[in-house]
Design a protein around this ligand. Sequence first.
Ligand SMILES: [Zn+2]
Length: 366
Amino acid sequence: MNKPLFIIFYFLLSLPLYSQAKLDTLLPVRGFCIGAPQPKDVDRFIKFINEELAPRKVNTLILRVDFNYQYESHPELRDSIALSKKEVKKMVAACRKNNITIIPQINLLGHQSWANTTHNLLKKYPEFDETPHVQMPAKYQWPNPDGLYCKSYCPLHPTVHTIVFDIVDEMCDVFGSNAFHAGMDEVFYLGDDKCPRCAGRDKAELFAGEVRTIRDHLAQKNRKLWIWGDRLLDGKTTGLGMWEASYNNTYKAIDLIPKDVMICDWHYERPDQTPVLFAMKGLQVITCPWRMPKFAVLQTQDMVRFRASSTPEMKDRYQGMMQTVWSSAGQFLDEYYGQATNSNVSGNTASNCFRTMYNEITQLGK
Ligand SMILES: [Zn+2]
């Protein structure tokens, strides 16, 4: 091949690598977070990984597994229908083929119940319940006199971590993951006045202590802890409210938790610029939208701008963007592929938000 032709040929070959490198510089983490599929939906979810996540250069997939796995260490914690090891391995292989890091999630501390259903940990080990005096209602409604949103486990119960870390380790092993997402969002029950271990303790210290316990456990096997960021934000001073931020004084934990915890900073109603706070505190942060496409675009532009305009010390703390989906994987796939119409006529849906945000990321990466 003559020299000019060779140069053109080489240039064309290197284009995809160049755009990949540019994207990695722009937004190191390009994520997608969803509930792990039911066994019957695994194959079409793999199709979604291959045909939708991979071409958009998504490089991080968080699967919220919880009890949707046939745990061998604690079979009593399995859901009645749960993923087998073989099904997990199929998803892991699909991600590996597409250079996607897969990170499993089990909700720790909070979210141990939903509406009037107690989840498996507290069902099988009711002694871990932070608020055993709060009865689960026959019919759940919010608000309610108990302030019951979700149950929590008691972080100071002497044996809770023995059980919980068994399934965390098993989950990380089967996913072959070097990171684990512990949830830890929307923890309303913490340091309850009636808990014999926690009563009277500082809630920020309790929250930070639990983050550190989980982080230190994972660090023994060089695994990194990811959590949601809402408990580390001051809901009253910022006006962010009690869901996206904390009303129960856990926010002071932002100064107490280890600096190598990855913060997934979710804001669904406005493009709040809270990543700056996390970065200035020394924490790595990822912005997470849900179903408002126009805010996801602004949040993506903000994230890119934060990286471009900050000090070298802070730049790499702005890690990227992650689309979050809160319907089940099956429901999401139905909506995504037009097999079910979403009643939300405004277009503010998770699938639209995902498409719009990744269009924006692709444009910025060009
Ligand atoms: Zn307690």
